[in-house]
Design a protein around this ligand. Sequence first.
Ligand code: ZN
Length: 309
Amino acid sequence: MEKLIKGLHHVTSMAGNAKQNNQFFTKTLGLRRVKKTVNFDQPDVYHLYYGDEVGSPGSVMTYFPFGGMPRGRRGTGEVRMTEFAVPIGALDFWKERLANAGVTGLKEGSFLGEQRLEFDGPDNDGFALVESEPNGRTPWTGEDIGSAEGILGFHGAHFQLRDVAQTGELLSFMGYEKQESEGAVTRYRIDDGNEARTIDLEASPNARHANQGSGSVHHIAFAVDDRAAQLEVRKALLDTGYQVTPVIARDYFWAIYFRTPGGVLFEIATNEPGFDHDEDTAHLGEALKLPGRYEDYRAEIEARLPSIG
Ligand code: ZN
């Protein structure tokens, strides 16, 4: 499947409070809410998408806020940290901004020559901002965040695994190149795609397994251009022995899912049709969009969803 995978598409996590989640991503981090819709299987739970102006593939953090969901427990077999790119020199701004907002877990450092600021999300989600060369993306500005500081989509993701060998092989099969290591972490990178290009694999052979809950990444999605490329990827995975779902229409992309040897759930998502195919770009994410089969129940669903602003 050489050259079919184009980096990350989106990362989907779980939260315990929809309003708090919306507040954190739109106000504190200053991302644009590019879609307000509901979980396909549970329409009384939102599916909220935050990204750049149009929700470019490789910029989109999505959440299922299950009201009152118990906190997850960090451990192996999961995406430990989702990493956003910010302009070089922006970390001082973010350090002060996040500290003022009461964000916990702030930790500055460098990894493989890049300056980074790690922090916890409202549900103890693991995040990092990584200073990156200009990547052609335009940040969504506002909330006192300018273009010199604004988030430029994903930099990549950091997995914590008991054993990294098989996941490393899978990433290589998907077109990632193995890069340097630092400590127990090895970087994989894909260059022929969007800017969300790194996956860091941390080997933690003695750590306990994660328990999913609020603050946990549910799955991580990789981008392909279109449905033809997705079918090629699906066939290559099936031929290698992976159990892959059929293609599922998700309104803004088509998806296939498979469980990886290290425990992380992968999705392959198409860049088509995108988040602006059913709303005006100027008003993206404002109205509640429902999957077609729920449209007849709109009044009931709206009444059950919490107000998030
Ligand atoms: Zn997904």
